[in-house]
Design a protein around this ligand. Sequence first.
Ligand code: DP6
Length: 320
Amino acid sequence: MAVVAQAQPNIALIKYWGKRDHSLNLPAVSSLSITLQSLWTRMSIDFNDELTEDTLQVNDRGAPAMLARVSHCLDLVAGADRRRASVVSHSNFPIGAGLASSASAFAALVVAADEEVGGIRNRLELARLAGAASGSAARSLYGGFAELIAGEEQIDVRTVCEASDWPLEVIVAITADGPKPLGSGDAMIRSESTSPFYSSWLERQDDDLKVARAALLSRDFAQLAAVAEHNCLKMHSVMWSSRPPVVYWNSATLSCMETIRALQAEGRAVFFTIDAGPQVKAVCLPGDADAVAVALQQTAGVIDTMRSALGAGARLVDPA
Ligand code: DP6
């Protein structure tokens, strides 16, 4: 019998960029994110005696390029001597395009795989396993505002506030729908070894986290906006100053940033953040969400927009 789990992508407000340990996939910096509600990945797993190798389908197609990573993650959850698995993944948003699809995929994968072997782990243990597959996936185990603390040997993850404590909204402006040119893992390796800004990025991260945490706890939108935009632009400065440069933006990415600056000038409570891709995520107070969505839809180069409230962490769901 297949087991199905659902997870939503998360968007980092204070970013993870760089690894302390590559073989364990331990992040070099702590991070803070919001888990979305209406974008999702549903992952179905069936450990099956009759299979001689793992199989993977992503959105109704074979996905051989991702299979090794998925198999390795299943080994971590169920042991290398496990039965082979049939894995079927569906997402309702573009994958591999800087929308954190690996976060929702691996978070859902560990929840479903753990259930297949008896549901033996707690949320933090599952987050550590998801993080070993993709650092940001650890945060999608948690709903609302999640903080990931990067330790020397392992990560800790917790919810700082629930989605209902501060119901922000996110408008995602899609500016390109193809796969990104360079995966974030490879791009991080390049930044670590070539960006002259990498060491100061590491040094200042805890300061940004402290400001963001305080902003969250006092529901200070302006303070959260300022530190999140600053942290995002610092991460992209590290990318841009890598050799060869890592530039995920396109001209519509910049146009969306201009749109958001104009909305801010009108007094709208909104800020931008951008990850390893050209999409722009606008985080706003619910009262401004309609105006932000309309303005982004009308921005040159925007192909589509998606809208989401904040949501819950990864969980089991009934098979459809
Ligand atoms: C820019 O979690 O995709 O989205 O651990 O190599 O799989 P791996 O990296 P990944 O990196 C996410 C980077 C980011 C920022 C963030 O989500 O914090």
